[in-house]
Design a protein around this ligand. Structure first.
Ligand code: PMP
Length: 733
């Protein structure tokens, strides 16, 4: 049992006059003594008309080591965060075997359910500050186990028999049951440190604005979970508020706490249960103590009514729902229900879901996606999470910068500029690609490249490959034959066969073009044209003929860039060409929206002569940090080399299966020459837990384009599954 001597020894019972005399005798402080109330000790304000003080007479069960712990903790806080208004210990002594301490008197008023929103936030922030101030503090006596500490909540159970009302007793037991199932097993995983232990509205004073002006009573200080300590304060903040304001008030206080200590997922998951456990502790310990010390009933039971009311409200609402309202993750919605809601809320213009049975994902890591029904899917399809889903470097970069500053490029901040410098430095030496513009999507990057090309050339015409995709904006959709509706034609857009096939006829396209050429756009890996790696001279010829016709050449790296094709960071580099404009997107932020155009300064000057470009989110600090983190991880994990090292044997192994395989690095097309066969393979792989896609004019090419952290073991799983699928389908045919 944690009910050690301090809770069992009777509180001292000196009168106010005796206490005034003790203060004068021990500390030379003469003044009026008035009772501040205490559970197990006696605490009196001594008012001498000047600074005064607070005298605390401990009960006879008090341990000197614990008092030293209190004193050291207060000193530590004052050193680490001198602005925190903790009541300092002025002097200590003994009287008739009791420890007697004189604390600094701080000023302020008491707070209750009338606290306004700012005060709620401020309370949370100050609580977090106090925890931060104690983070590095250690004291051997901190291991004390106190019934009030929530880790001993299970020990409340035998005391619950003191609750006279049967239904209320059962309510406490229900909370303790839930605590034992959900909290106790995970308690050891919670962040823990020495904490105040009882920071709540009764142990703080507030200034005129509702900010904490005094933190008193370190009598419950000890080692505990940080979030449990916060739950103590939270329970007192929401207690006594109108029913419909409880959750809102709690969330404002949580916001304040998280402004200094972001809570971890497990902490958020358990916070609601910890608040309930605190309330259960209040009513249970109260019922138990009032049986023993009926004369202290007024103090002991002061919080009972509001605590019961809140417990009953939580119970009526449901503990799971309370937990979610305070930050625990939502329970997963059934897939079919969610698909219906998608259709209803998002309408038919949004692209359809992939697969007949939708992939309903709830989290991801590396090359793995985890679904609502608890399955694990191997991601051999998504290029956006280029350094692996949810890479910690990128997620942390985003979160850190989000906490620090997020604004727009009309203000000066370093990450955007550093990113631009990193990108120009990544371009081939001598390319002259020295200027960067940041936008938010591949489409926008291509749109901006198009504007640059129009302004620089005076032309309006475009050449793209037959089945190219460059984006979704109106101008760029016109440059994306893959998405053209049947019979669609634009006078300013002509197509060429993808290089690497029958040979692109640039001259014929230029002849057909009714307006002067502004730009040729090319995805160097021809992803939507079926994934192709043409001979370098064919690509070089396209660049040359573009220039000869007065146009600019845009290398669209949105899909194939960032090391995907192995050997080079940018896929155009393998052809030895120098583009006039390079566009980046998709993998650039590993999922955070960020895209770029890299070009020569003189090209940007042509547009700048007539107008300027600003996109609200373009190059914002968070986007820039995401993109920088991606570049760093690609370098640190040597992912360009890795893409080639894993991709080359993967391509060889797929070739063994018979079909034509076209690939470089981890961009691989398996040409099955039949859309139906390709579709069946894709579906069978999905059934086996592997995601791939299809591409090409006839959708007959398997598209394999995993995060670059895809390893040999994943490649083996993939090859085996493709082999099985092809064999099974052929056997059935
Ligand atoms: N260019 C290429 C080559 C692409 O593959 C894509 C997207 N699939 C885009 C541009 C457009 O990018 P976003 O969807 O980010 O606008």
């Amino acid at each position: 049992m944690a009910t050690e001597s301090v809770l069992e020894a009777p509180p001292p019972r000196f009168t106010a006059e005796e206490i005034a005399a003790i203060a004068a005798e021990l500390f030379g402080l003469s003044g009026q003594a008035s009772d501040l109330g205490s559970e197990r000790d006696q605490t009196f304000l001594i008012d001498d008309g000047a600074a005064g003080g607070v005298l605390k007479i401990s009960n006879l069960g008090e341990d000197a080591a614990v008092l030293d712990l209190e004193a050291q903790a207060i000193e530590h806080i004052s050193r680490v965060d001198p602005d925190l208004p903790v009541a300092r210990l002025r002097a200590s002594n003994t009287y008739e075997g009791h420890f007697v301490r004189l604390f600094e008197r701080l000023h302020g008023h008491e707070g209750g359910p009338e606290l306004d929103d700012r005060a709620l936030f401020d309370y949370g922030a100050t609580h977090a500050r106090l925890n931060l101030a104690l983070r590095g503090f250690f004291h051997p006596a901190a291991a004390r186990n106190l019934l009030w500490h929530l880790q001993s909540a299970a020990e409340l159970r035998p005391l619950a028999s003191a609750i006279p009302d049967e239904s209320r007793r059962r309510l406490v037991e229900k909370i303790l049951d839930r605590y034992e199932q959900r909290v106790a097993p995970r308690w050891p995983m919670l962040r823990a440190q020495v904490v105040h232990g009882d920071l709540n509205l009764d142990n703080v004073l507030l200034d005129g604005q509702g900010r904490i002006s005094a933190i008193v009573d370190f009598g419950d200080v000890g080692f505990s979970a940080q979030v449990a300590d916060f739950a103590v304060g939270l329970a007192s903040l929401v207690r006594g508020r109108p029913n419909d304001d409880v959750v809102r008030a709690a969330r404002l206080a949580i916001d304040g706490y998280q402004s200094r200590i972001p809570l971890e997922p497990l902490e958020l998951e358990l916070l609601g249960d910890l608040v309930a456990a605190r309330l259960a502790a209040i009513v249970t310990i109260s019922a138990w103590r009032v049986e023993r010390y009926p004369e202290n009933a007024a103090y002991i039971q002061a919080w009972d009514d509001d605590s019961w009311k809140l417990l009953e409200q939580f119970d009526a609402y449901g503990s799971d729902k309370v937990a979610v309202e305070l930050g625990a993750p939502q329970p997963v919605v059934p897939t079919s229900q969610l698909a219906k809601r998608r259709e209803a809320a998002l309408g038919p213009a949004l692209t359809g879901l992939t697969y007949a049975q939708p992939v309903h994902v709830v989290r991801a890591e590396g090359v793995w996606l985890y679904t609502a029904d608890g399955r694990k899917l191997l991601d051999a399809y998504n290029n956006v999470p280029v350094v692996g889903h949810c890479h910690p470097r990128v997620t942390e970069a985003v979160v850190r910068q989000t906490r620090l500053l997020n604004t727009h490029a009309r203000y000066l901040y370093e990450p955007l500029i550093e990113l631009a410098e990193r990108l120009t430095a990544s371009m081939p030496p001598g390319s002259g690609l020295d200027t960067v513009m940041l936008v938010n999507s591949g489409s926008e990057a291509n749109e901006l490249a198009w504007r640059f090309a129009e302004a620089a050339t005076g032309g309006q015409g475009a050449i793209v490959t037959e089945h190219a995709y460059h984006g979704v904006t109106t101008k760029i959709a016109a440059l994306s034959p893959e998405e053209w509706p049947v019979g669609y034609r634009r006078a300013n857009v002509e197509t060429i066969a993808p290089p690497g096939t029958e040979g692109p006829d640039m001259q014929a396209a230029l002849d057909r073009l009714e307006v002067p050429l502004a730009a040729t756009f090319l995805d160097s890996a021809l992803t939507s044209d079926g994934i192709r790696f043409p001979p370098p001279d064919e690509v070089a010829a396209i660049v040359e003929e573009t220039h000869a016709a007065g146009g600019l050449f845009v290398a669209d790296e949105v899909q194939a860039g960032h090391g995907r094709t192995g050997r080079h960071l940018w896929s155009f580099e393998r052809y030895g060409i120098t583009p006039d404009l390079v566009t980046l997107g998709k993998p650039m932020g590993n999922g955070y929206p960020v895209a770029a155009v890299i070009t020569r300064r003189e090209i940007t000057e042509r547009l700048a002569a007539t107008t300027h470009v600003f996109s609200t989110f373009g190059g914002n600090p968070v986007a820039a940090q995401a993109a920088l983190a991606v570049l760093d991880v690609i370098e640190d994990e040597r992912l360009v080399e890795h893409a080639a090292a894993v991709g080359t044997p993967l391509i060889r192994a797929l070739e063994q299966l018979g079909p034509e395989v076209r690939g470089r690095g981890l961009l691989v097309g398996v040409d099955l020459a039949s859309a139906e066969l390709a579709e069946r393979v894709v579906n069978q792989l999905r059934d086996e837990g592997i995601l791939i896609g299809r591409t090409g004019r006839d959708d007959s090419v398997l598209k394999i384009r995993p995060p670059l952290v895809f390893a040999d073991e994943h490649a083996e799983l993939l090859v085996e599954a493709v082999a099985r699928a092809i064999a099974a389908i052929r056997a059935r045919a």
